[in-house]
Structure formats: structure tokens, C-alpha cells
Design a protein around this ligand. Structure first.
Ligand code: SF4
Length: 377
């Protein structure tokens, strides 16, 4: 039974040139329709057999920009969620926030609704990189924003991006150090990717944007692993670092292969071994729900071997990797049964290590994680 819920809030002031997420920019006029449709989608949640509301360990509001909603709209969203779900003891409730949106009133509202973790889209402490990324805040805003958040919510993740065109290793290290100096409980560090269909993808093709050289990108990832560790934040996933006890429980549940339910345009759920994907267009998702139709456009019941292979991918994102006891319990397969040759090859290359506890990427393997994982597909 799922104990994690994700809600996708698809509104942004502006679509950043690198972003290919499901969202609408400059269409806040759709927010009330979105909230009504979300309420309908939540009506599809089956109540527990004993009646009442389902209990959650984690709730995550992501986007898009959840903090783009007005205060009353956020209240409405939480009321919709909490009509069907209740928070279990010590549940984690995370919200992604844009630094520009943070005010004392917003934080009071979120904290009063039960939010106890904020993921702040800081991206960089370098004004030039922020400009390239088309973000609407300045590095100097971040300490004040953080102070505002911490008046009520002290579990704060700072999200950062490296390998921004024009950025060098020294610039990235300065961003890391500036972030760590603010003593966040959690840090997420993502390498910038150029997704087909984004403005950045076209601009790179035209030669207007040039990524840092591969070697420099590799050094940046090394710094993203080493600097947080030196400041007491343990890496627990390819891009995630936390003070002990502050790992994101929602994401950990996902990487562990736990079931979860997700709502909103483009959201994907895993329930009863069935993966479901909502309509990826905001208007398409809206119209389906307004017409009383299902928001799902894809539904796939994975066979046992496919589920097990998928779990390999998810587990390998974790620094602890695949748990030798948990994996067979969840999938019915021993890791060797499923992967022995691929595993031996990756082991021989020094990218994967194994012992009695399980199988994990080596430090070297983390640099080429996508390639290692595709070898297991
Ligand atoms: S604010 Fe975030 S979600 Fe919105 S467009 Fe920019 S990168 Fe995408």
C-alpha cells in the first residue's frame, strides 16, 4: 500500500531555457481550473478498507513552481489533499519553492499546513550563471530568503546546477562553498542537461551556448561529491547530500522501489505493480478531468523481471546501492540470477562493487552512472 504522494503544480512565471518539465508559463489564470481538476483527480483515490483517510509518510509538492500559487490557492490544494489523506506520525511534507516567492506570510501558511521541508531552487551563487539559467533572483537574496524560511521550517534543501555554460570549476566551487556556508540540511547538485525541444538545446546547436569541457564537468561532479562531504553532508544518492537524518524520505522511498501515487499533469504513479502516467499536457490533463475522464494516458503492468530490472536502476542511484536482502524480498529474484554477466563486466571495469551487503556503484561508477545503468537494461 502506498504511503507517499506527489502533487505536480505546473505553473511558472517564465519557462527557463533548459527546462522541459510539464508546466505552463505565464498562465496563472489556469490555477483555479487546475485546483478544481486536482480535486477531481484526488476523488479517484480509493479510501482504505476500514474507511477514513489513507495515511502518508511523505507528501511532496513539486513543479513547476508550487509557490507560484497564491496563499488561498495553496490552502485549497492542501484541503483537497487532506480530504483524502492524513499525515502519519512524523511524516515528511516537502514543497519546492522559488526564492523569489518566499515571504514570511508564505512560510507561515506552509508551516501551518504541516510543511516541514523546503526545497529551495537556488541553482547558483554566481550572478552570471543565474542570468544564463534565466532565473529571477540574485545570489544576495538567498541568505535573507533562508532566514525567512528558517523562522518556521528548519529542514531546507538548496538545489544547485553545475556545468552551466560559461561556468568553470572555480566558479562551481564558489557556489558550493557559498551554499555550504549557509549550513543547509540537504543539498541537491544537478549537472545541466540539454534536452531536445528546449530553448537551450536549440541555442547550443546554433553555437550560442557552449557547455564546459567534459573533463571540467567531471571535476565539477567530483567537487559536488567532496565539498559537501567535507562539510558534514553525506552523499546518499547520485545528486543528493544530507546531514545524517535529513535525507529526503520521499525520494528515498522512490529509489527504494516503494509504491507511490502522483497527481497533476505529467505525474506518474506506481500502484499494485502498475505504472500509470497522466496526460503530459497541462490543458490535456485539465480537459480530461473536466470531462469526467481518467487523466491516465499510459498504463503498464510490469512483469516480475522488468520490475526487478527497474528496481536495479532505482537502487543503483543510492550510494548504498542494491540491498542483498531487500532486493530478493521485493522482487523474488537474486541479483545474480538477473544480472550476472552484466554485473561481472561492470565489476571488471571497476564501476560496480559487490559484497555480502549488496551491489553498488563505485565512486568511479558514479561519474558514468547512466552508462552503467544502461548496461543493466
Ligand atoms: S522555475 Fe523550475 S520548473 Fe519553472 S521553468 Fe524554471 S526550471 Fe522549470
Amino acid at each position: 500500500m502506498h504511503r507517499s504522494v506527489y502533487v505536480h503544480v505546473p505553473f511558472c512565471r517564465h519557462r527557463c531555457g533548459y527546462c522541459d518539465f510539464t508546466l505552463v508559463a505565464g498562465r496563472d489564470d489556469l490555477a483555479d481550473r487546475y485546483l478544481a481538476a486536482l480535486d477531481r483527480e484526488l476523488d479517484r483515490v480509493e479510501p482504505p478498507e476500514a474507511g477514513g483517510r489513507r495515511e502518508l509518510d511523505t507528501l511532496f509538492l513539486g513543479g513547476g513552481t508550487p509557490t507560484r500559487l497564491t496563499g488561498p490557492q495553496l490552502d485549497r490544494l492542501f484541503a483537497s489533499v487532506f480530504r483524502r489523506y492524513q499525515l502519519g506520525e512524523g511524516a515528511e511534507v516537502s514543497v519546492e519553492a522559488n526564492p523569489s516567492d518566499v515571504t514570511p506570510e508564505l512560510i507561515d501558511r506552509l508551516a501551518d499546513a504541516g510543511v516541514n521541508r523546503i526545497s529551495l531552487g537556488v541553482q547558483s551563487f554566481d550572478a552570471a550563471a543565474l542570468k544564463t539559467l534565466e532565473r529571477d533572483h540574485l545570489p544576495a537574496d538567498v541568505p535573507r530568503v533562508l532566514e525567512t524560511v528558517r523562522r518556521r521550517i528548519d529542514n531546507v534543501s538548496l538545489d544547485l546546477i553545475y556545468a552551466v555554460p560559461g561556468q568553470d570549476l572555480a566558479g562551481w566551487e564558489e557556489t558550493l562553498d557559498a551554499a555550504l556556508a549557509l549550513e543547509p540540511t540537504h543539498l541537491s547538485t544537478y549537472g545541466l542537461t540539454f534536452e531536445k525541444g528546449t530553448a537551450f538545446w536549440s541555442r547550443r546547436r546554433r553555437g550560442e551556448l557552449i557547455s564546459p569541457p567534459e573533463e571540467s564537468e567531471r571535476d565539477m561532479y567530483a567537487a559536488a561529491m567532496d565539498r559537501p562531504a567535507a562539510a558534514g553532508l553525506r552523499q546518499y544518492e547520485l545528486s543528493s547530500h544530507a546531514r545524517p537524518g535529513f535525507e529526503c524520505r520521499h525520494n528515498r522511498a522512490y529509489w527504494s522501489g516503494d509504491e507511490f501515487e502522483a497527481f497533476g499533469p505529467g505525474a506518474a504513479s506506481l500502484l499494485g505493480g502498475v505504472r500509470r502516467m497522466n496526460h503530459r499536457g497541462v490543458l490535456g490533463w485539465l480537459r480530461r478531468l473536466e470531462a469526467g475522464e481518467s487523466p491516465w494516458i499510459e498504463e503498464e503492468a510490469l512483469g516480475p523481471a522488468d520490475r526487478a530490472r527497474e528496481l536495479v536502476m532505482l537502487n543503483l542511484r543510492r550510494v548504498e546501492g542494491i540491498d542483498g536482502e531487500d532486493f530478493p524480498r521485493r522482487t523474488g529474484f537474486k541479483i545474480d540470477e538477473l544480472l550476472s554477466e552484466e554485473l561481472l563486466e561492470q565489476q571488471r571495469l571497476g564501476l560496480v562493487e559487490r559484497d555480502d551487503a549488496g551491489v553498488r556503484l563505485t565512486r568511479e561508477g558514479r561519474f558514468v552512472a547512466d552508462g552503467v545503468m544502461s548496461a543493466f537494461l
